[in-house]
Design a protein. Structure first.
Length: 314
């Protein structure tokens, strides 16, 4: 906590006060293509801007295409040489996710980095287009499906380029407060016992479990793709629209601004120090220890199988 509040750098040389520009300074990503979900606002937009600043080709997947195009214009205004594409992606719809993947693959671009950034937070109970509780559907299942659809493209890119692939899942410290047992496999859509806070924690726990299990599977295959999860920190963004009281509370001790909030994502996605690092959880640009449930290999395997069944059933 002291390091978080004071901004004292950790072993990597960076800390809670480091910005996305600082942690990527001097890095040339001109040969890299990056997909980022939810890159139209908040830390997603800042991540897209900084990666474009480092010369990466950035593909923004966003539900609101108009907002994403506005984000693209903002990036282009500050960086005329930026390469930014916008494709529609609604993570609350498996059909939309498949359409996004097909559209991206049709562009015949390589894929070096996938940043599963988009998310919703503390929202009232609702079901996705496919009949799945929305926080779980959007934050976890949508990204799980998207990653599966794009994985062969990333493997091909790694084989053809010799460049290490990287997948980054945005989780949260909220993963330490899910439902009892972590994931409500049998009662995922139970409205009567729905708790918006625990449902969010469940989805963020799922992000880490997904990253860990995918990392394990890729290591077994001998594929040079690293998969890690990150906690960006407490940042004032529109994710807090359902918790105005909470946003007011943390504004009293606003720990991070948006450039600082995007730093850990950019560090894990781009920094040379991350070469060969996989299956880890990061906060403030340094490796951190997630909850016991997040380190449960049996739970991660069960979630993997459960997620696949949900996709098939839908």
């Amino acid at each position: 906590m002291l390091r978080l509040v004071t901004g004292i750098p950790g072993p990597t040389g960076f800390g809670s006060r480091s910005t996305a520009e600082k942690v990527t300074q001097g890095i040339d990503a001109s040969d890299l293509t990056v997909i980022i979900t939810g890159g139209s606002s908040g830390i997603g937009l800042e991540t897209a801007r900084v990666l474009a600043l480092r010369n990466a080709r950035v593909v923004i997947g966003a539900r609101n295409v108009e907002a994403a195009n506005d984000a693209k214009r903002q990036i282009m205004e500050s960086n005329g040489g930026a390469r930014v594409d916008v494709l529609r992606l609604d993570l609350n719809s498996l059909k939309s996710i498949k359409a996004f993947a097909d559209e991206f693959l049709a562009l015949d671009l390589p894929l070096h980095i996938l940043i599963n950034n988009a998310g919703i937070m503390f929202c009232p109970f609702a079901l996705s287009e496919d009949g799945i509780e929305t926080q779980f559907a959007t934050n976890h299942l949508g990204h799980f499906y998207l990653t599966n659809l794009l994985l062969e493209k990333m493997k091909d890119t790694v084989r053809n380029s010799g460049v290490e692939g990287r997948i980054v899942n945005l989780s949260s410290v909220a993963h330490v407060h899910p439902y009892k047992g972590g994931i409500r496999f049998e009662k995922l859509n139970d409205k009567k016992k729905y708790d918006e806070n625990k449902a969010y924690g469940q989805s963020k726990l799922a992000n880490i479990l997904h990253a860990n299990e995918l990392s394990r599977r890729l290591k077994e295959e001998g594929v040079n793709i690293n998969v890690n999860s990150v906690h960006p920190g407490l940042i004032m963004t529109n994710l807090f629209k359902y918790k105005a009281w909470f946003s007011e509370l943390i504004s009293l001790c606003l720990w991070k601004n948006v450039p600082q909030g995007a730093a850990t994502t950019c560090y894990v996605a781009l920094h040379p120090q991350m070469k060969g690092v996989t299956g880890k959880y990061f906060a403030d640009c340094n490796e951190s220890k997630p909850s016991k449930l997040a380190r449960d290999e049996k739970l991660s395997k069960k979630l993997w199988d459960f997620s696949n069944k949900l996709i098939i059933a839908a």
